[in-house]
Design a binder for this molecule. Structure first.
Ligand SMILES: *Cc1c(COP(=O)(O)O)cnc(C)c1O
Length: 482
């Protein structure tokens, strides 16, 4: 096929830039919300992996096609068989049923395409990010010296925080590496997210230097932490950072930040709080107490794309002292501070692992403008309330179910009586039925079922449907419930 003439290409670009041309894409999204609203359709596809892969198995397209045709194919071949996170029976991973106002903001973020690397490339969104980050650091309980940056998520946030801790521990590490002295260790809870190990490995520290502090229940044991710190001190082994978790992945439990923070402060240690999931409790009047002491941290990871229900991606790393973040990526802070206030035109790229960076702050700002922090906090409460209701419902059926903990957020782990294999089978059969979607994990060596309520459209009736669905499958060992 001959390449299209440039005039035709340029005309196509202009034709695609109209509201009419955008129509099919916006309709795809609004219809996705509309069709999942009732909860009638299936949550996930029943089409097998190979069949889906075969749909896309074609040579690289080299010519042009009408946009409406491309949109129609997207709707038919991608959207239809995607996981429907806005379906009220989606109770799976910690990915939100995204708030529509934030979704529409995505279009504007992309159309503007102002990169956050340098202030002159993003004259409105750089100050906007500074304002929003300022709100978040105030919520943490920090003063005007605090700062932060949006990240791709919690993994990048924790990586950045540990790089900042490294710069504080060894200011010339950026140039000279770890050096020849004894390697420092990072301590985290036994149930910490793999992001911690990943950061330790990526920094070249070696994952053998990431030590797990035993849990007490599902929280980091402060007693065990103190004992480990005593031992390390006696052995002359330096500590780079302690990482506590607010909202653990498996159970949604919160480490005691007040006790751990006080302990770290007394020893002059860097405390990083991985609040990717649970720092959003700061927005909730009811749940704020779970992160009491978070201000004692020197850095915090917080994902608005989790419990603030933003679409991927929107993460944040926050630091108590702006200089720590600048130091993370350079031996010397690249800009000067005057009385704790950054100079007039900061380039946020100095604080970030990323160079070109989306203005994800726009969707966070739009969400806060639309719902208010109290609105987002009330949604947090709503989701946690549902997990508690599910807990109570399952606990009332002890002949069938075993609940494994009281929910501290919107996550609940439980088991159907029977073997690990039986629990796995029930999960697979339930998800395959299209009637709902849950996850599974291993807790204390046992296979468990796990529910995460990330969708404000979920209600008590949906939880009842889940309980009934699982109970039916437990009764039919052939898995014929679908
Ligand atoms: C989700 C999560 C992470 C990872 O964050 P991403 O945004 O997926 O990179 C890290 N820690 C905790 C506790 C999490 O819940």
């Amino acid at each position: 096929m001959a390449p299209p003439p440039p005039a035709a290409l340029l005309a196509a670009l202009e034709a695609d830039a109209t509201l009419d041309a955008a129509g099919p894409f916006l309709r795809m999204a609004t219809e996705h919300y509309a069709t999942t609203r009732s909860g009638d359709g299936s949550v996930s596809t029943t089409v097998d992996r190979g069949t889906i892969a075969a749909r896309f198995d074609e040579p690289l397209p080299t010519g042009m096609r009408p946009l409406v045709d491309v949109a129609a194919r997207l709707a038919r071949e991608v959207v239809a068989d995607a996981n429907h996170l806005t379906h009220p029976m989606y109770l799976g991973h910690q990915v939100s049923a995204p708030i529509a106002a934030a979704v529409w903001s995505e279009v504007v973020i992309a159309a503007l395409n102002n990169s956050m690397a340098v202030w002159e490339m993003s004259p409105t969104t750089t100050p906007l990010e500074e304002r929003v980050i300022g709100w978040m650091t105030q919520l943490v309980g920090w003063g005007p010296a605090a700062a932060g940056t949006m990240t791709s998520g919690g993994t990048e946030a924790t990586f950045t925080a540990l790089l900042a801790a490294r710069a504080a521990w060894k200011p010339d590490a950026w140039e000279r590496g770890w050096g020849n002295g004894p390697a420092p260790v990072v301590l985290c809870g036994a149930h910490a997210h793999y992001a911690v190990q990943r950061a330790v490995g990526a920094m070249g520290l070696g994952t053998a230097h990431c030590l797990k502090v035993p849990s007490d229940g599902f929280r980091m044991s402060p007693t065990a932490l103190a004992a480990m710190l005593d031992e390390l001190a006696a052995a002359g082994r330096p500590v780079l950072a302690v990482v506590a978790t607010a909202g653990q992945t498996a159970t949604g439990a919160f480490d005691d930040l007040e006790v751990i923070g006080t302990l770290c402060a007394a020893r002059g240690l860097w405390l990083h709080v991985d609040g990717a999931h649970g720092a959003s409790a700061l927005l909730s009047a009811t749940h704020r107490s779970r992160v009491r002491g978070i201000h004692l941290a020197r850095s915090v990871a917080w994902d608005p794309h989790k419990m603030m229900l933003l679409p991927l991606s929107a993460g944040m790393v926050l630091v108590r002292d702006a200089r720590d973040l600048s130091a993370a990526f350079a031996q010397q802070a690249p800009y000067l501070f005057h009385g704790g206030v950054a100079e007039a035109h900061p380039d946020l790229g100095t604080r970030s692992f990323q160079c070109s960076r989306r203005a994800d702050v726009v969707k966070l700002w739009v969400t806060l403008q639309r719902l208010g922090a109290d609105g987002v906090g009330a949604l947090y409460d709503h989701l946690c309330g549902l997990a508690q209701a599910l807990h109570d419902r399952l606990a009332a059926a002890p002949d069938r179910f075993e609940v494994l903990h009281t929910p501290e957020s919107n996550i609940l782990c439980f088991r159907v009586h029977g073997s690990d294999a039986e629990n796995l089978r029930i999960r697979e059969a339930f998800n395959r039925s299209g009637r709902g979607w849950i996850t599974t994990t291993v807790l204390d060596g046992r296979r468990v079922l796990r529910v995460t309520v990330m969708n404000p459209r979920t209600g008590p009736a949906h939880l009842e449907a889940l309980v009934q669905g699982l109970a039916q499958l437990a009764e039919s060992p052939a898995g014929a419930g679908a």
